[in-house]
Structure formats: structure tokens, C-alpha cells
Design a protein around this ligand. Structure first.
Ligand SMILES: C[S@@+](CC[C@H](N)C(=O)[O-])C[C@H]1O[C@@H](n2cnc3c(N)ncnc32)[C@H](O)[C@@H]1O
Length: 270
């Protein structure tokens, strides 16, 4: 029977009953509607972290850091203190496998969501861990935006990494281990914060000592990537100055430039 006919026949009483039932149904549904989804976690720049506060690296600096480290698909990149995951995600977009180490579990979850949104969750992963307790010896590139004293604390572990491992830091140095390259981005280049300098180090092969080579005898002292010492050749001894970049060596001695490479424990000059 149509509703109008029903109402006409049963009169206003039924109408009142229907309205009451409708209103009861609505008020029963109301609490369910009021239960909104929990607000998404939103970090704020400067918020405390275990050993360092969270301040994000500007995206143009992330890009520059990865350019300087020449990140490519064969790389395994680790970001120590990975914040919202931007460096790991950017590395993954370049085809590299990348892992963020972050102490704050909310930031880890946020990074995972960000990686998912950016479509790189298969290459970008995140672990909730203390960077001081984490083994990063498998990385070919390490990125960080920490503090000078933390960099210094990590330095012995970094120097023990495989020669050629690239380390890039936003703004903070490694005390007397000079960077191999430094680049500062200007306002015009899109960096509008105080954190616009990217620094690159390449872990040097450990090469100090005496090397007997077909050309003579090389006695090398090494301060990080800086070489000094002597080359004894053709009955003469020449002072030398040079550099080691990963496993590649260059030095000048007796007015000549020498180029070589550490092949395992053997030094080969070209
Ligand atoms: C300055 S932020 C850099 C974030 C990110 N790497 C970037 O460049 O945008 C430092 C990050 O390190 C994290 N952190 C601080 N101490 C840590 C520790 N001991 N282990 C792991 N992460 C830590 C903080 O929670 C913060 O997210």
C-alpha cells in the first residue's frame, strides 16, 4: 500500500510512530559517524629525536647529495636517521635499493606510507633502529644529516668500510677528514633554509706502508685520502704528494705524475 494511503487511513498517530522510529535509528547511527579515522601523524621540524632533532633536508639538497654520490641502480643506499624517508625514497626512484634507519617509530611508519604513495615501496625500506647499533657495512652509499660530533663518532666505522664507499652529509663535516667535494646550493637554486651544503667523502683504500713495485719502492704515509712519502726509483729518491680516492691513486714525484690502483693488497702503477 502506498505511504500516502497508509497515512490517510491510520491517521497522524502512525506518522508520529514512524517519525519516532526514524529519529531513534538516526541517533543510534550518530556515534558510529562521529568516530573519525585517527588523524595522520604529522611531524614538525625541530621535534626531538634520540640523538638529533628532526629537520628535513630540502629536496634540492637531497637531489644534490645523490648526484654527488652518483647513485645508480646497482647501489645500496643507507640513510642514517632517515626522518620522513625522503632521501631513501629519492634514491629508490633512481633505481637503487635503499634503507632508512630511524629511531622514531612514527617516522618509520610515515616513511613507509610515503614510499607506498610514491610507488617505490619495493625498493625503499625502513627499520626502526638506533643508528649506532646498526651494521651499515653493506651500503655502497651512506647519506646522513646528523651532527658534527655524531659524524665524528661514526668516523672510525666509516673509514673501515669498503674502499670506494661514498658518504654524503648534509651540512656537517668529519672534523679533520676533509671532504672530497663540497657544494652549496643558493636561494636561486631552490634552497631556502640554512641546510644547503652537501659534502662527499669517498672511503680511501688503506695504503700506508712500503710498496715494492716494478718502478722502484714507494713509501707511503696516509692521512685519510692525503698521501705523502717517497718514491725510490733509478737510484734516486723523490718526495711525493698525492691522493687516494677509493682504490685509485694519483701522486706527483720528481716532476712526474703517477696514476695507480690498489688491486687487493697490491699497488699497481700505470
Ligand atoms: C636531522 S634529521 C634528518 C632526517 C633525514 N635524514 C633528512 O635528511 O631529511 C635526523 C633524524 O635522525 C633521527 N635520529 C636521531 N637519533 C637517532 C638514532 N640514534 N638512531 C636513528 N635515528 C636517529 C631523528 O629522529 C631524525 O629523524
Amino acid at each position: 500500500m502506498p505511504a500516502a494511503t497508509l497515512i490517510r487511513r491510520t491517521g497522524p498517530l502512525l506518522l508520529c510512530l514512524l517519525l519516532a522510529a526514524f529519529s531513534a535509528a538516526m541517533s543510534a547511527a550518530a556515534p558510529a559517524q562521529a568516530q573519525k579515522a585517527p588523524a595522520a601523524y604529522e611531524p614538525s621540524s625541530g621535534q626531538p629525536g634520540k640523538d638529533v632533532v628532526w629537520v628535513p633536508t630540502p629536496q634540492v639538497v637531497v637531489d644534490k647529495m645523490l648526484d654527488m654520490a652518483r647513485v645508480r641502480p646497482s647501489d645500496f643506499v643507507m640513510d642514517l636517521g632517515s626522518g620522513d624517508g625522503r632521501t631513501v625514497i629519492t634514491a629508490a626512484k633512481r633505481g637503487a635499493r635503499a634503507l632508512g634507519v630511524e629511531y622514531n617509530p612514527d617516522m618509520v611508519e610515515l616513511s613507509r606510507r610515503n614510499a607506498e604513495k610514491e610507488g617505490v615501496a619495493a625498493k625503499a625500506s625502513f627499520i626502526k633502529a638506533d643508528l649506532f647499533e646498526t651494521d651499515f657495512s653493506g651500503a655502497s652509499v651512506i647519506t646522513m644529516f646528523l651532527l658534527p660530533d655524531i659524524n665524528l663518532k661514526l668516523r672510525p666505522k666509516i673509514l673501515a668500510l669498503k674502499p670506494g664507499t661514498r658518504i654524503v652529509s648534509n651540512s656537517f663535516n668529519m672534523a679533520d677528514w676533509q671532504a672530497d667535494e663540497t657544494a652549496t646550493l643558493s636561494n636561486d637554486a631552490g634552497c631556502t633554509t640554512s641546510w644547503c651544503t652537501a659534502l662527499l667523502w669517498i672511503v680511501p683504500a688503506r695504503i700506508a706502508g712500503i710498496h715494492r713495485i716494478p718502478q722502484g719502492e714507494l713509501t707511503l704515509k696516509q692521512e685519510f685520502q692525503i698521501l705523502s712519502g717517497t718514491l725510490r726509483t733509478e737510484g734516486k729518491i723523490f718526495a711525493l704528494e698525492g691522493k687516494v680516492r677509493g682504490e685509485d691513486i694519483t701522486f706527483n714525484a720528481g716532476g712526474r705524475k703517477y696514476i695507480g690502483r690498489m688491486n687487493g693488497k697490491r699497488l699497481e702503477l700505470r
